[in-house]
Design a protein around this ligand. Structure first.
Ligand SMILES: [Mg+2]
Length: 313
């Protein structure tokens, strides 16, 4: 049996979830309750062929590839620009899905604004566009002390999203993924992280009011909420909540990402964010083979995962 490579687990975890959601992005929950997604499909929202991933995966691959040469925020930013303007790391040569805050930030980058200042910093700049692409950073920060892990997460988020809601969401997601590397039970990781994440934020200089927005994740048990209490629009906090809820209420990769897609609205991103963590928990082998076979650029993604594994694992 091939030795497990967690890079392959999460890169395919993100991309398969993304591709599952692309055809029904923006469909509402009522529609999907009557017409649930159960398998890979083609066309739909963007009229793309089956297995087409979107911005979430493309920017994830850009970041992952840049990390093969260590960490350089300028290199990462240039790679994001290549995606948007030249179709780099797209499924079929064309960047067809981009959020407003990311688009504005890339325009600023192109004009020469420094990467750490390019992202939007207003409360309205808290779409999920940083969260959806942050996961590969796990490899670079997993063995670093708290303040450095946070600093790198903040820098990478800030290329497009600089408001603290986005930064804290990215950091929570990365800390969750980091714990999953040694504890594969998501419920244990979730409850372990509740007190430790609050303590970490205090050590980093945040005040309790700064993480009030994460109350439903950090207090109580989000897994006990009913589906109608979980929102799935593109607001970063909703995407983070929904993805953790899907993870905690499912027992397989397939169940996690189908549940995420069928929440509706930002289907591809919720499934990409949930799928990355589900990939780490259940492994590449647990992703339905028929989906992997249909995924665009699967050989390129596998090669990227192999190179990342050689460098970081
Ligand atoms: Mg997308």
């Amino acid at each position: 049996m091939e030795q497990r490579n967690v890079c392959k687990d999460f890169l395919f975890g993100v991309a398969v979830g993304d591709a599952l959601g692309v055809p029904v992005e923006f469909e509402n929950r009522q529609y999907l309750q009557q017409n649930p997604v159960t398998d890979f499909m083609g066309h739909g929202t963007y009229n793309q062929p089956v297995g087409t991933f979107s911005d979430d995966s493309s920017l994830t691959f850009c970041l992952a590839e840049c990390l093969l040469d260590g960490f350089d925020l300028n290199v990462i930013s240039q790679s994001f620009l290549s995606w948007y303007y030249k179709g780099y790391w797209t499924a079929h040569g064309d960047a067809f899905d981009i959020g407003a805050t990311t688009s504005d930030a890339l325009s600023r980058l192109k004009k020469g604004v420094a990467p750490e200042l390019a992202g939007g910093d207003q409360i309205s700049d808290n779409g999920n566009g940083a969260l959806m692409r942050i996961l590969p950073l796990l490899l670079f920060i997993k063995d670093l002390p708290l303040k450095e892990r946070y600093s790198f997460a903040k820098q990478v988020a800030s290329i497009t999203h600089r408001h603290h809601y986005s930064i804290i969401s990215c950091f929570y997601y990365l800390e969750f993924a980091r714990l999953l590397l040694t504890e594969p039970d998501a419920k244990v990781v979730y409850s372990t992280l509740q007190p430790t994440f609050r303590e970490s934020l205090l050590k980093l200089g945040f005040e309790p009011k700064d993480w009030e927005i994460l109350t439903r994740l950090l207090n109580g048990n989000i897994a006990e909420l009913e589906e109608n209490e979980i929102q799935s629009s593109g607001f970063v906090i909703y995407t983070l909540e929904a993805s953790i809820w899907c993870l905690l209420t499912s027992t397989s990769y397939k169940e996690t990402v189908l549940k995420a897609v069928n929440l509706g609205s930002d289907t591809d991103t919720t499934a990409a964010v949930a799928g990355g963590l589900a990939g780490i928990i259940y492994g590449f082998e647990a992703i339905p083979e028929s989906w992997v076979i249909q995924l665009a650029r699967k050989e390129d993604i596998a090669e990227l995962a192999k190179l990342l594994g050689e460098k970081y694992l």
